[in-house]
Design a protein around this ligand. Structure first.
Ligand SMILES: Cc1cc2nc3c(=O)[nH]c(=O)nc-3n(C[C@H](O)[C@H](O)[C@H](O)COP(=O)(O)O)c2cc1C
Length: 303
């Protein structure tokens, strides 16, 4: 890269070499694969959501391709905390562990198992079903979000990132509660509830019938969420949703993101996406006469 600009970013105490991050859940839970993604140029990688007990997830089909992206309902399948601790035991890459649980105690007991490892931050997936309030997600219960974030913060010195989505609650309110409870950063957004039906058979494509939409189709919604959260709640934000090109990444950063996560793009462009996007951002900031990629963050707030 010809430009001498600093491409590293700081996200609430998490320092990474460039602003491209693998989003949670995209490439399974194998350490070998996560390492390949890092070696292909990602600034950091996020694990699939890990729960205290192993989870089988839903029956196939769990992913379907739709216009502008994917629809998925995987059911948070994962091998559980103990198996994943063994998987990343000797990690030498920056892994952000994404955790899912339905009580603050579950989060704390998982953190105790991960904290001695080379884990650079935790991301809380607040989309887990809420046990006591059946039908609700954890993120829809502000008191529980607060309890989880506070418990995380008092049990680890590593950055805690709350991943917020468009559940039944107001995304801004969830982000505000997370910040007030001590979260170091916010990831916005997760997939958006959506559905597709086969018109020949009349059957929904996904076994769970309803799933989450990701990819290009959700990008403008995600950019709006990043803009509003970073402007009104004033906390570092990681943008996620439909980043396919360096132009998309720049747009998220102008909206207020300090970094971007990429998921669905990998289905189209495989791992080359990380280097291509980083290179594109590098050229763009050179053209704009900037010396650090952080100078891009939130420029759109001026207008
Ligand atoms: C197949 C698939 C599995 C996913 N699994 C998880 C998960 O386990 N935990 C999580 O927080 N997000 C999960 N997500 C959401 C992504 O991390 C991301 O928020 C979403 O896909 C939007 O980004 P994208 O448009 O770049 O894909 C998953 C997405 C897909 C497509």
């Amino acid at each position: 890269m010809g430009n001498k600009a600093d491409l590293s970013v700081d996200i609430g105490g998490l320092h990474i070499r460039n602003p491209t991050i693998l989003a949670s859940g995209i490439l399974g839970i194998s350490y070998e694969v996560l390492k390949r993604v890092y070696e292909a140029g990602a600034g950091a990688v996020v694990s699939k959501s890990i729960s205290i007990e192993p989870r089988e997830g839903y029956k196939n089909p769990t992913v379907v391709s739709v216009e502008g992206g994917y629809l998925n309902a995987i059911g948070l399948s994962n091998p559980g905390v103990d198996a994943f601790v063994r998987e990343i035991n000797n990690s030498d890459i920056p892994i952000i562990v994404n955790l899912v649980g339905s009580t603050d105690n579950e989060f704390v007991s998982m953190v105790k198992k991960f904290d001695g490892l080379n884990v650079v931050a935790y991301e809380l997936n607040l989309s887990c079903p809420h046990v006591e309030k059946v039908g609700l997600e954890v993120g829809d219960d502000p008191e529980l979000v607060s309890k989880i974030v506070r418990s995380m913060k008092s049990n680890t010195s590593k950055p805690v990132i709350a991943k917020v989505g468009l559940g039944s609650s107001d995304i801004m309110e969830t982000a505000r509660v997370a910040k007030e409870s001590g979260a170091d950063a916010i990831t916005a957004i997760n997939t958006i509830r959506a559905m597709a039906i086969n018109i020949e058979t009349g059957m929904p494509f996904l076994s769970n019938r309803i799933g989450g939409l990701s990819g290009k189709a959700i990008k403008p919604v995600a950019v709006r969420c990043v803009y509003e959260i970073s402007k009104n709640i004033n906390i570092p934000v990681i943008g996620c949703g439909g980043v396919y090109s360096w132009e998309d990444a720049v747009e998220f950063m102008l909206a207020g993101a300090s970094a971007v996560q990429m998921g669905s793009v990998i289905g189209d462009k495989w791992l080359g996406a990380f280097t291509n996007i980083t290179r594109g951002i590098d050229k763009y900031i050179a053209k704009k006469g900037m010396s650090s990629v952080m100078e891009l963050v939130g420029i759109a707030h001026k207008y």
